[in-house]
Write a protein that binds this ligand. Structure first.
Ligand SMILES: [Zn+2]
Ligand SMILES: [Zn+2]
Length: 425
């Protein structure tokens, strides 16, 4: 028996409404902020991620699904989407579309990670990017407001927003030297990962979760105290914009983003519902990524959220299955069977969910089946009904039955459908 690959899973019909809720709410909310959906391929040239995400990062060095195709090209399944969206921005000359181009995406991504709760090898992300000539901190604040609005709409409770600045290419190198100097004396006492990061990506040391490392990290200098004037002004303005929008936040001096290309604004949203690994969404600014990928100078900011983790933070009753049949048709005899198919087609055209069994069975068993499927109504078509041109409609909740003409039947079912739809809203 061949089963799903480790770190992947089937999303079964009963779970799909919760997924759809996340996707449809994203489309609704992001649209209101002027973001438009983009769908990029799930695989790209490996060089795209090597250049943007960074050769040295765990993602590129250890976690990408990389393969050579039959034409000899080195390709990778996308481990994230910012690089793909910026690639598309350059490829389609989107700077001609306007000063800031707002895009969002949703879909599967791939990383060869150790599977654990809420973490998979094929995982899903919803994200957005605002790319263009403008790096006004109001764009950052608006993006954060949009994520907050989205999570509010979904009812994700017990949230906190953390912000920081990771500087720019002018101020960060000096800070990193400073950080390395400060840590050089205690390097041998840091964890193995941090010792490696010291050489490859010292900023990530601030991010280390190892208990024994914490006292050293707490004493290390903070990037916020070493920002250049422009970065400091950008961060101050971001704080002011968030306050004016009534968005509560905390400054997290040790918050850095995992990827090399981030500049200035970094943010993370957590939910206490998730326990220790509590981040739901993260994002930040990446001015200069376009140039890194061979494009024109451009500024950008974006975020991504992990759908599997967001699902864990969603209220239990957030979405209900809405594909229970409006009508189950039970027929008796060949002529009634043809009539059932015709009536079903008419009702389906009108948007109703109509089910019948292809195999003829005893009425009692058909009713049991309608019950199991949670059908709202059952329709009985037997020889008598066929002859009279009137059908018996049974209300599956009350058990009441009435005999209706086809026209009256259609009207009744449509009204019932509208009532239950408005009840759901
Ligand atoms: Zn700077
Ligand atoms: Zn460490």
């Amino acid at each position: 028996m061949i089963q799903t690959v480790r770190g992947t899973f089937d999303i079964l019909p009963d779970e799909v409404p919760r997924w759809r809720l996340l996707e449809e709410t994203a489309r609704t909310v992001f649209r209101c902020y002027g973001y438009r959906e983009i769908r990029t391929p799930i695989f790209e040239r490996t060089a795209l991620f090597a250049r943007s995400v960074g050769e040295e990062t765990d993602i590129v060095a250890k976690e990408m699904y990389t393969f050579t195709d039959r034409g000899g090209e080195c390709l990778s399944l996308r481990p994230e989407s910012t690089a793909s969206v910026v690639r598309a921005y350059i490829q389609h000359r989107m700077w001609t579309w306007g000063s800031v181009v707002k895009l969002f995406y949703l879909g599967p991504h791939f990383r060869y990670e150790r599977p654990q709760k809420g973490r998979f090898r094929q995982f899903h992300q919803i994200g957005a990017e605002a790319i263009g000539q403008n790096d006004d901190p109001a764009i950052d604040a608006e993006l954060i407001e949009m994520v907050e609005e989205y999570l509010d709409r979904l009812g994700v409770a017990e949230r906190e927003l953390f912000i920081n600045s990771v500087g720019c290419s002018r101020c960060r190198p000096a800070y990193v030297r400073h950080l390395k100097d400060a840590l050089s004396g205690v390097l041998s006492r840091l964890c193995e990962d941090c010792q490696r990061r010291y050489e490859t990506n010292p900023l990530r040391i601030l991010d280390c979760k190892v208990e024994d490392d914490q006292p050293f990290i707490e004493r290390a200098p903070a990037l916020l105290d070493h920002l250049c004037e422009a970065c400091a002004a950008h961060f101050e303005a971001l704080r002011r914009h968030l306050e004016e929008r009534g968005i509560a936040y905390q400054v997290a001096r040790r918050l850095v983003r995992g990827l090399d290309y981030y500049t200035r604004t970094a943010f993370e949203i957590t939910s206490a519902r998730l326990g220790a690994q509590n981040a739901i969404a993260g994002g930040g600014r990446y001015d200069g990524l376009s140039e890194l990928l061979g494009g024109p100078p451009a500024k950008g900011i974006g975020f991504a959220l992990g759908v599997e983790r967001l699902l864990l933070a969603l209220p239990e009753d957030a979405a209900v299955t809405d594909d229970a049949p409006d009508l189950y048709i039970a027929y008796l005899g060949e002529a009634a069977r043809q009539e059932a198919f015709r009536v079903a087609r008419r009702l389906r055209r009108a948007g109703l969910v109509v089910i019948y069994d292809f195999q003829e069975r005893k009425l009692r068993r058909l009713m049991a089946q309608a019950d199991r499927m949670k059908a709202r109504y059952a329709l009985l078509i037997g020889e008598d009904e066929l002859a009279a041109g009137r059908y018996t409609l049974r209300d599956m909740r009350t058990g009441e039955q009435e005999v209706l003409s086809e026209e009256a039947l259609v009207r009744r079912l449509m009204t019932s459908r509208e009532l239950s739809a408005s009840g759901r809203r």
